[in-house]
Design a protein around this ligand. Sequence first.
Ligand code: G3D
Ligand code: MG
Length: 201
Amino acid sequence: MYTLFSGLYRYLTQNEEYCVVILGLDDAGKTTYLEAVKAAMSKDYKRMDPSRITPTVGLNTGQVETTGIAIQFWDLGGQAELQTLWDKYYSECHGVIYVIDSHDRDRIEESKEAFDKMIRNELLQGVPLLVLANKQDLPDCMGVREVKPIFNQSAHLIGPRDCMVMPVSALTGEGIVEGLNWMIDCLKRNSEVRPPNVGDR
Ligand code: G3D
Ligand code: MG
């Protein structure tokens, strides 16, 4: 009986927390995406005016709670000199969201190179990877059908980890919840390999 109650008490008072790192080139829309996630997950959240979002230097964080788990997001700066800091977060993250500016054809190769360098890192092996083709609200942007083959060239580096390319607009919120749900399923499925952090509520 004691075991039953102590188990129930632990279930009610402890919180499983997963950490997800948001990567991508500067201007891809990472910080705007995190704002969209917070707005989608909590009704009371007052979204920051997009015009007030400035380039991220260092780390911008945010937490959402859903279906009994908490997700801590780390939104990192994407400028070339800040990309060298990305790998400091790899060993502790449970998932990666890689944001692409689908409207910027001039930088898609640069984005692919940063992506390849990231997925080559052994610390990310087996970690679920969500690739977001962002800015789908803009006319003439690359759709998933155009973006996917570019990133699929790295299939040998992606290997057997869960990986999905999805279309989103961080500005309008289109696709945000679908992507998040996909990531949550993967985090839970992968929890034996990368167990969540457990803390008190
Ligand atoms: P970053 O954090 O990856 O560096 P930001 O990118 O979130 O700071 O966004 C960079 C610019 O892209 C911002 O515009 C932002 O409003 C815009 N942006 C982000 N997501 C979208 C999107 O889905 N659609 C459109 N149309 N724009 C988006 P500014 O003009 O402030 O530089
Ligand atoms: Mg930013």
